[in-house]
Design a protein around this ligand. Structure first.
Ligand code: HEC
Length: 124
């Protein structure tokens, strides 16, 4: 599990670097649900499809948006000392994007069984 996690992390961080470069262009004042879903897709690799993975990476689906947003902003501001990757990830997004991601994941039912751990649902 750990080994897979690191492998996924490596692949992912390169994907994220790319997304971080491209996505800010998309995000002006308001983010459409399509834009947010695109950003949220990059979180699925570690947090599971729709953020519902239960394991060494914290579940983020269905948690209060204010809590998720506060955590993401704290990662971005280097206020969380035991972070491994989220500090770097959070820095790739604007505050508005982090808020949109927080409400995206808080709206997902963590108990729903239509997700698998490894597959990402196709974007509409
Ligand atoms: C490379 C794997 C990885 C990716 C990609 C990733 N995360 Fe995380 N996330 C983690 C890990 C590991 C933690 C635990 C804190 C740490 O070690 O940084 C975490 C913690 C969090 C937390 C705090 C949860 C808590 O209970 O404290 C939030 C919120 C979060 N991630 C949201 C996101 C969002 C939103 C994205 C997409 C933009 C994302 N993560 C992408 C691995 C990842």
């Amino acid at each position: 599990m750990k080994r897979n996690f690191y492998k996924a992390t490596t692949v992912l961080l390169s994907t994220l670097t790319l997304s971080a470069a491209v996505l800010p262009c998309l995000a002006e004042d308001t983010l459409s649900s399509e834009q947010t879903a695109l950003m949220a897709g990059s979180c699925a690799n570690c947090h599971g499809t729709d953020g519902r993975l239960v394991g060494s990476v914290p579940t983020i689906a269905g948690r209060p948006a204010a809590v998720l947003e506060a955590r993401l902003l704290a990662f971005k501001r280097d206020e969380i000392s035991d972070t491994t990757v989220m500090d770097r990830i959070a820095k790739g997004f604007t505050n508005a994007e982090l808020a949109a991601l927080a409400s995206h994941f808080s709206a997902i039912d963590p108990q729903a069984d239509d997700a698998t751990e490894t597959e990402q649902e196709p974007q509409e």
